[in-house]
Design a protein around this ligand. Structure first.
Ligand code: ATP
Ligand code: MG
Length: 444
C-alpha cells in the first residue's frame, strides 16, 4: 500500500474516531437534557395545578380545577388518570381516563402549597402519569436524536474521507521526493540532491541525506583515484617481470624443472596482468577517462579478424570456432579498438565457459537500423536470474568448470557499447549454451 494511502486511511480513521467519540458525548448530554426536561415538565404541571387549586379554593368552585385537569389530560397523552380530593374522598376526573393502575403510574400529588406530600387539605389533586407512555415518548425522542446523529456522523465521516485523500498525498509528497533522490543516489548519480524541504524532521533528514551523498561521492572519487593509481603503478613492474621471464624461458640453459616453475610463474603473472589491465580500464571508464576515438570503419573485416585471432586458442581447447559474417554491412562509426575489445571479451568468455568438443559461432548481421554481432556457444549457459546480474562489475557466477576471472569483462563491454549508444545483452539456457550479442547503430 502506498504511503499516501496509508496517511489518508489514518487521517480518515482519526476523523471517524473523533466524530464517533464527540457524537457519543453529545448524545449523552442530549439524553440527560431529555430526562431533565421531563422532570421540569412534571414540576411545571404541579406548579400550575397547585395555582389552579388555590384559585378554586378562593372561588370556592372545584369545577375550575376539574376543567383544568381535563384540559391537561387532553394536552398530555401520558396522563392516564386525574383525581381530586373533595369532601373527604377521591373522585376521578371524568374525560381523562380511569384505566391506569397505580403500579403502572407515576403519581404527582398536588396541594395548594405545590409541595409534594403536603398535608392534605380540603381540595387536593393527583395526576397519574403512565410510566409506559413516558418511556415510549422518551424512547422515541432518543431514537429521533440517534437517527439525526447517525446522518450527521455519516456526512462528517464521508467529508473526512474526501479531505484526507489529498491531505494524505500532501503529507507523503516530501517522502516521495526523498525516496526518488535516494534511489538516484543508490544508482550512483552523484548529482542527485534533495531540494530544501523545510525545517522540521523531514527537512533535517533530507539535509543529512544530501550531506551523506556528498561524502559518498567523495569516497567514491577517492576510491577510483586510488584504484587507478595503484593499477597504473603495478603495470610497469608486471610487464618487466613478464618480459624477463620470457627472456629466461627463451634461453637454453634452464633445467626442465626450473623451466616448468618459471612457466607457472609466467601464467600467474599473465593472470595478474589481465586483472590489473581490467581494473585500470574500469577505473578509466568510471572517471570518464577512457580514450574513445570513433571513426568510420568497415565492420565486417574488423569482426572477422578479431574472431580469427582466437582460432588457435579454440583449436587448443578442442572447441570449434565458426564465423558467419554479413559482408554487406559497410562502414560504421565506431572506435575499432574498443569494439574489438568487446568482441574479445565475449569470445574469451565463450571459450572459458564451453567444454572441449563444444562450438562457438561468431555472427554479424543486419537487424533493422542495427548491426548485430553475436557470440553463440554450446557452453554451461546461465540461469535466468544470473543472466540479469552479470553485466555489473565484479559479478561472477559459480561455474562447474572452475574458470577464473575478475568479473569485469562484461561490465567493461557494457560501458563501451553504451558509449557507442548501442545495446548489449544475452539469451542463455542453463547447461545448453549462451548467445551474447551487441548491437551498434548503423546511421551516421
Ligand atoms: N559465455 C558464457 N557462458 C556462461 N557464463 C558466462 C559466459 N560469459 C560470462 N559468463 C558469466 O558471467 C560472469 C561475468 O563475466 P565477465 O566476463 O564479466 O567476468 P569473468 O569472465 O569472470 O572475468 P574477467 O572477464 O574480468 O576476466 C562470468 O564469471 C560467468 O559466470
Ligand atoms: Mg570475461
Amino acid at each position: 500500500m502506498r504511503l499516501s494511502d496509508k496517511f489518508a486511511l489514518i487521517l480518515a480513521a482519526i476523523v471517524a474516531a473523533a466524530v464517533v467519540a464527540s457524537s457519543a458525548v453529545f448524545l449523552n448530554i442530549e439524553y440527560s437534557l431529555l430526562s431533565r426536561a421531563e422532570i421540569r415538565s412534571r414540576e411545571a404541571m404541579i406548579e400550575s395545578a397547585s395555582g389552579i387549586i388555590r384559585e378554586s379554593r378562593l372561588a370556592k368552585d372545584p369545577l375550575i380545577l376539574v376543567d383544568f385537569l381535563r384540559l391537561l389530560g387532553r394536552e398530555h397523552s401520558e396522563i392516564g388518570r386525574c383525581r381530586i380530593w373533595m369532601n373527604g374522598r377521591w373522585r376521578n376526573v371524568q374525560g381523562v381516563g380511569t384505566n391506569l393502575k397505580r403500579e403502572d403510574a407515576v403519581v404527582l400529588e398536588i396541594s395548594s402549597t405545590g409541595a409534594p406530600g403536603a398535608t392534605r387539605d380540603s381540595l387536593e389533586a393527583q395526576i397519574w402519569l403512565s410510566q409506559a407512555a413516558i418511556e415510549t415518548r422518551m424512547a422515541s425522542a432518543r431514537k429521533a436524536l440517534l437517527k439525526k446523529m447517525e446522518t450527521v456522523c455519516v456526512v462528517l465521516i464521508l467529508l473526512g474521507l474526501i479531505i484526507s485523500l489529498p491531505l494524505g498525498r500532501g503529507l507523503s509528497r516530501r517522502v516521495k521526493i526523498i525516496e526518488s533522490a535516494v534511489a538516484r543516489i543508490g544508482e550512483g548519480d552523484a548529482k542527485a540532491k534533495i531540494p530544501n524541504l523545510g525545517q522540521d524532521e523531514i527537512g533535517r533528514l533530507s539535509k543529512n541525506i544530501n550531506a551523506m551523498a556528498e561524502r559518498l561521492s567523495e569516497i567514491d572519487r577517492l576510491k577510483k583515484e586510488f584504484v587507478a593509481s595503484v593499477t597504473h603503478e603495478l603495470r610497469s613492474p608486471l610487464s618487466a617481470i613478464e618480459s624477463y621471464i620470457n627472456r629466461m624461458l627463451a634461453g637454453q640453459t634452464l633445467a626442465e624443472e626450473d623451466r616448468q616453475g618459471l612457466s607457472r610463474v609466467l601464467n600467474n603473472v599473465n593472470r595478474l596482468n589481465h586483472f590489473v589491465s581490467n581494473l585500470l580500464q574500469m577505473a578509466k571508464i568510471e572517471r570518464g577517462k577512457l580514450d574513445f576515438i570513433p571513426k568510420n570503419v568497415p565492420l565486417a573485416p574488423l569482426i572477422e579478424d578479431s574472431a580469427l585471432f582466437f582460432a588457435p586458442l579454440a583449436q587448443k581447447a578442442g572447441i570449434r570456432l565458426d564465423c558467419k559474417i554479413e559482408r554487406s554491412i559497410g562502414e560504421i562509426r565506431i572506435d575499432p579498438d574498443l569494439i574489438s575489445h568487446v568482441l574479445a571479451n565475449l569470445i574469451s568468455n565463450a571459450l572459458k565457459f564451453t567444454r572441449a568438443g563444444g562450438s562457438i559461432v561468431v555472427c554479424l548481421e543486419k537487424r533493422g537500423q542495427w548491426a548485430e554481432c553475436s557470440v553463440q556457444d554450446t557452453g554451461i549457459g546461465l540461469a535466468e536470474k544470473d543472466a540479469k546480474r552479470i553485466f555489473a562489475p565484479f559479478e561472477r557466477i559459480r561455474n562447474p568448470l572452475k574458470a577464473t576471472g575478475v568479473g569485469l569483462g562484461l561490465a567493461i563491454s557494457k560501458s563501451i557499447i553504451d558509449m557507442h549508444r548501442g545495446e548489449i545483452g544475452v539469451a542463455s539456457v542453463l547447461n545448453q549454451g549462451s548467445r551474447f550479442y551487441f548491437r551498434l547503430p548503423m546511421g551516421k
